[in-house]
Design a protein around this ligand. Structure first.
Ligand SMILES: [Mn+2]
Length: 353
């Protein structure tokens, strides 16, 4: 069954006329997920007998080439006016967290009813098909090959921003459309900021350096993290590194589809607690990755739902000791009922550069 057929079936169950998803300047990947249209602005409308892609004149050609949905041209009206005409008097389902308030207000004034159906969209998107798995594998490969080439150009004293600029350049040269998010390069004390974007700080001997990065290839994201020792580092940092790696691999090896996100998270958390580092693992174990770099389902103490087969999730335990160092190791992993398949292969034994 195609993605839109699955949505149609759901609409029928819920007694809804249309599913409506709108993207403005690329803020919503659901439009592409259903229609194939990769332009940054447009709307998909799916009903029992209709599949519309609404676009403005900048995208007429592109939409006709990329999507088999029936194209609705905005002509002289705005995107929202055109969508409003179609949904007038209909019962519609939308994704509340992908909708601006102005759109919601506009659609509410026209539709007969409006309700949030984003859980259904996330449920569909969570299960990756073969083609999606291949695309994510490609995004992983582009990213990890770029890191390999970046390390060849690395020297002590280089700034975090220089490192990230080379890494992003290498990803682009390897086929990335762009980085899948702002590259994190956090060395020394900055490593204790889990989302420390690359800064002007110079990377010095004796520091740990966290590099969290990914490539967007063919509409799909990768999300990887490696932590390197710059020259000789403390035994404390080395021990923490090995504990994080152990936590990651223990959880990965035990994980399979059908377990809850909370159960998988707990495995990694227990390993770090036993190593005396539990208090320094301050975020959840992972998230799904696909057209968005962060998607449900999550591997988190708060996520009590089961992970479906063919979800691709990150395993990214970390340890962050304020004013000292941070360590994180992250891979993208396909989960099935049989177990796991790690899509990334970049080495992760403790590495001094
Ligand atoms: Mn991540």
């Amino acid at each position: 069954m195609s993605r839109s057929e699955k949505m149609k079936e759901f609409l029928a169950e819920k007694g809804l006329d249309y599913f409506v998803s709108i993207s403005s300047e690329g803020s919503n990947t659901t439009v592409r997920y259903f229609s194939g249209f990769s332009g940054d602005t447009g709307a998909v409308i799916i009903g029992e007998n209709e599949r519309f892609i609404v676009v403005d004149s900048r995208f007429y050609t592109q939409a006709s080439q990329e999507s088999d949905f029936e194209m609705v041209k905005t002509e002289n009206s705005s995107l929202m006016d055109k969508v409003g005409e179609i949904v007038k008097g209909k019962k519609i389902g939308v994704e509340e967290s992908k909708m601006f308030y102005a759109w919601y207000r506009d659609l509410s004034s026209k539709a007969a009813s409006i309700e949030n159906v984003e859980d259904k969209v996330y449920e569909l998107r969570a299960v990756k098909d073969e083609d999606e798995i291949k695309k994510i594998e490609k995004a992983v490969e582009v990213a990890q090959d770029a890191l390999e080439r970046t390390l060849e150009k690395f020297h002590v004293g280089m700034s975090e921003k220089e490192f990230s600029a080379i890494l992003e350049f290498e990803m682009a040269m390897g086929g990335a459309q762009k980085p899948s998010f702002d590259t994190i390069v956090a060395s020394g004390y900055r490593g204790a900021l889990p989302h420390g974007l690359a800064s002007d700080k110079k990377i010095e001997n004796g520091e740990m350096m966290v590099v969290d990065f990914g490539a967007l290839v063919d509409g799909y994201c990768s999300d990887l993290t490696r932590t390197f020792a710059i020259g000789k580092v403390s035994q404390k940092a080395k021990d923490a590194y090995n504990a994080v790696l152990n936590a990651q691999m223990t959880a990965m090896k035990a994980a399979k589809a059908g377990m809850t996100g909370k159960e998988i998270d707990a495995i990694a958390r227990n390993v770090l607690e036993e190593a005396g580092l539990g208090e320094y693992f301050t975020h959840s174990l992972g998230h799904s990755v696909g057209m968005d770099v962060h998607e449900p389902p999550f591997l988190s103490p708060k996520y009590e739902k089961k992970i479906p087969s063919h979800a691709i999730v990150t395993f990214e335990p970390g340890v962050y000791i304020a004013n000292e160092f941070g360590i994180r190791i992250e891979d993208d992993v396909l989960l099935t009922e049989e177990g796991y398949r790690c899509l990334s292969s970049f080495k992760k034994e403790f590495t001094q550069i």
